[in-house]
Design a protein around this ligand. Structure first.
Ligand SMILES: NC(=O)c1ccc[n+]([C@@H]2O[C@H](COP(=O)([O-])OP(=O)(O)OC[C@H]3O[C@@H](n4cnc5c(N)ncnc54)[C@H](O)[C@@H]3O)[C@@H](O)[C@H]2O)c1
Length: 212
């Protein structure tokens, strides 16, 4: 792994000040890799929150690791933990990765999926808004639903046109399946939190400037 560089520069050529990053869902697939990258290639500090830490144990265990002290794990369920607000206050940047996002769960646990991707994210959005913290909230291409091409009648000549299979941010219409199909619970919940973040109306003067 590369060693953290003390001379990382922003796009204007100015040195980047080390941040304290509150990463929720840090023990998951994306979070664990992001923690590895942040530890090995930056000087940022990470407050890592999750209910599991198996995937980041190797970053936490050895006191001899060069980033010793720059990553702290907090076993915390954002559904019910009064520490969340205080920990968010300590951060310069919040990254929310916590979600139920496994396709098998959309069909079998639609309610949990909706809670996880919408209701449970609300306190994070609220605390970031109240304390004016920058929030990076992960979304998904699922919010686009189906392509127009896949929705066209089977014998439509338009099905041959590649343009009908392109999904473009902020332009493509959103075509979901029927309410009967629980498979769309994830996409709908993700789209709703996305709309809330985009509205900027939950709290005035808040920062909702990022999504991934
Ligand atoms: N992995 C992908 O290919 C992909 C694609 C598109 C979008 N995303 C989005 O990126 C984000 C992260 O995805 P991932 O693949 O790393 O998922 P993941 O399931 O690997 O990680 C999510 C983590 O969140 C934690 N978590 C869930 N609920 C929690 C709670 N209530 N309190 C604390 N921790 C909780 C889980 O324990 C898990 O470690 C999600 O929002 C997902 O929708 C991922």
């Amino acid at each position: 792994m590369a060693t953290p560089s003390s001379t990382r520069l922003d796009l204007d050529g100015n040195p980047i000040k080390p941040l304290t990053i509150c990463m929720i869902g840090a023990g998951g697939f994306i979070g664990s890799h992001l923690c590895e990258k942040l530890m090995s290639e930056t000087a940022h500090k990470v407050l890592a929150f999750d209910v599991y830490n198996d995937k980041i144990k190797h970053l936490l265990e050895l006191e001899t690791l060069p980033w010793n002290g720059r990553i702290q794990f907090h076993r915390l369920n954002i559904k019910r933990d009064s520490r969340l607000e205080g920990l968010i206050k300590m951060a310069d940047l919040v990254i929310n990765l916590a979600a139920i996002c496994t396709p098998a769960d959309y069909n079998t646990r639609p309610l949990d999926t909706i809670y996880s991707n919408f209701i449970d994210a609300l306190p994070v959005v609220k605390y970031c808004s109240e304390t004016n913290k920058r929030l990076i909230h992960f979304y998904t291409c699922e919010v686009y639903g189906k392509t127009i091409g896949s929705f066209l009648p089977k014998d439509s000549p338009l099905r041959q046109d590649p343009a009908y299979y392109v999904l473009k941010d902020d332009v493509s219409p959103c075509i979901f399946g029927s309410i009967e199909k629980q498979r769309w619970s994830y996409a709908c919940a993700k789209q709703l939190i996305e709309r809330l973040l985009k509205s900027g109306k939950v709290q005035q003067e808040s920062l909702w400037d990022s999504r991934i």
